[in-house]
Design a protein around this ligand. Structure first.
Ligand SMILES: Nc1nc2c(c(=O)[nH]1)N[C@H]1C(S)=C(S)[C@@H](COP(=O)(O)O)O[C@H]1N2
Ligand SMILES: [Mo]
Length: 412
């Protein structure tokens, strides 16, 4: 405001206070209407942080996030979760991809890293990372989700805390089938072992069919080489399959005529089902959806709200997402934002006019196999309530009268 007076007086025309205020309304102050209908006076230049008054920082070697953005993964000792509630669209920024390491992130020099392929093959071979990059490349956008991706038990949980062990990237690499053709798979090979070069020496048995179908030896993610946390320099990527089978820091593949029954697939990554039985090799990630806005710890105001969320299926495409704004009594079709890709997170939205009443909002997805996302009760009925892996229940949010949003804890 002071600056404005200075400028006005430069021309040496004495001006009245009235004229000055009138002038300000056109030059430095605007009368505007806010989205909720209030009419206010808005100063156009905010003198203390006016970015038009000072040349900003020059270009950098790598980009950075705005100082005003506080999106973080909040790591625990064994994992860190994607802040799903902060995302727009379908891609997870690489630095916000969830992480799950069984023995930390190894430091691997790509010029020394090798992939050995042996067992039931005609020609056992070793590939360097450079060798792998000489084969025809493929890229595909798909999610990666840990099968331990569920947390509940209290109302103060965000989407990140409930199911932030899922993320989506564009993965680039060479098809495993291309490499299979190179080494020549023997006809009696039915499984292969994938082994990682970390301190956990993660090993998993994978049916050979998945290797021929759509497995990728990935060396890049979202346009750049893999991040160390995601398996640099190479990882196995199995679209739609439980995170654990996507072996990072991949160093060995052994083809066999049977499964290997490794530690990870026997002591872990098996789920209790009824009557004291367990199921093993449950690879497909079941369809799931979650509303990410509004969600805890956000607060909403009355009026039109775009309910937003993510839906995905490890068995194919999402065909529909339904949203309920009356605690599950009635369901409405949500809009799916294209592209709707196979085994990929899809962004959905549903317009809702919140009148201020207490209610619950929920989403449920159906995938192309006809599978409908179950309730927690249904999951417990089918498998007993020991919890375990592959929990994909419908998530409900309680909307309080004051606009606060809380996770709906369900009893078994
Ligand atoms: N070598 C190796 N591969 C691994 C793991 C590991 O600890 N070591 N963790 C697995 C688990 S349990 C999951 S959920 C995914 C996580 O992948 P991300 O950290 O890239 O999100 O990698 C899998 N691959
Ligand atoms: Mo996992």
């Amino acid at each position: 405001m002071e600056k404005f007076i200075e400028i006005s007086q430069k021309g040496n025309h004495p001006i009245s206070r009235r004229k000055l205020l009138g002038g300000m309304a056109t030059a430095a102050v605007a009368i505007v209407q806010t989205a909720n209908g209030q009419v206010i006076q808005k100063s156009i230049s905010q003198s203390d942080i006016d970015p038009t008054k000072k040349v900003g920082l020059g270009p950098g070697e790598i980009g950075s996030r705005s100082l005003f953005v506080k999106s973080v993964k909040k790591p625990s000792e064994i994992s860190s979760r994607s802040p799903l509630q902060d995302f727009y669209g379908m891609i997870t920024p690489s630095d916000l991809h969830f992480e799950r390491h069984h023995a930390g992130v190894p430091v691997i020099d790509p010029s020394k890293h090798e992939l050995l392929i042996h067992g039931l093959v005609k020609k056992p071979m070793i590939f360097t990372v450079a060798d792998l990059k000489r084969f025809p490349s493929v890229s595909r956008i798909a999610f990666l989700e840990c099968s331990g991706n569920f947390r509940g038990g209290k109302e103060q949980l965000s989407p990140q805390e409930i199911c932030g062990l899922t993320s989506q990237s564009e993965w680039t690499g060479v098809k495993l089938s291309t490499i299979f053709n190179e080494v020549g798979v023997k006809p009696n090979a039915t499984w292969f072992l994938a082994e990682g070069g970390d301190a956990a020496v993660m090993t998993r048995s994978i049916p050979i069919k998945k290797g021929w179908d759509d497995a990728i030896i990935a060396y890049a993610q979202n346009g750049e080489v893999l991040r160390p946390e995601q398996g640099y320099p190479i990882r196995l990527f199995l679209p739609g399959w439980e995170g654990n089978t996507n072996v990072k820091w991949l160093r060995r593949i052994e083809l066999s005529d049977q499964a290997f029954y490794t530690r990870e697939e026997t002591s872990k990554y098996t789920e209790p089902i009824k009557d004291g039985k367990y199921r093993i090799f449950s690879f497909d990630m079941d369809a799931r959806s979650i509303i990410t806005f509004p969600s805890f710890p956000q607060k909403i105001e009355k009026g039109w709200i775009e309910i937003r969320g993510l839906a995905w299926s490890g068995r194919g495409k999402v065909v529909q997402v339904e949203v309920s704004v009356d605690a599950g009594k009635s369901w409405h079709l949500a809009q799916l934002n294209p592209p709707i890709l196979d085994k990929a997170h899809v962004h959905f939205r549903y317009l809702w006019n919140w009148k201020g009443d207490e209610t619950e909002i929920l989403s449920r997805v159906t995938d192309e196999t006809g599978y409908l996302q179950p309730t927690l009760k249904q999951l417990y009925q089918a498998r007993g309530n020991e919890g375990g892996y592959h929990m994909n229940p419908i998530t409900a949010w309680q909307i309080k009268r004051d606009g606060n949003v809380l996770f709906k804890v369900e009893s078994n």
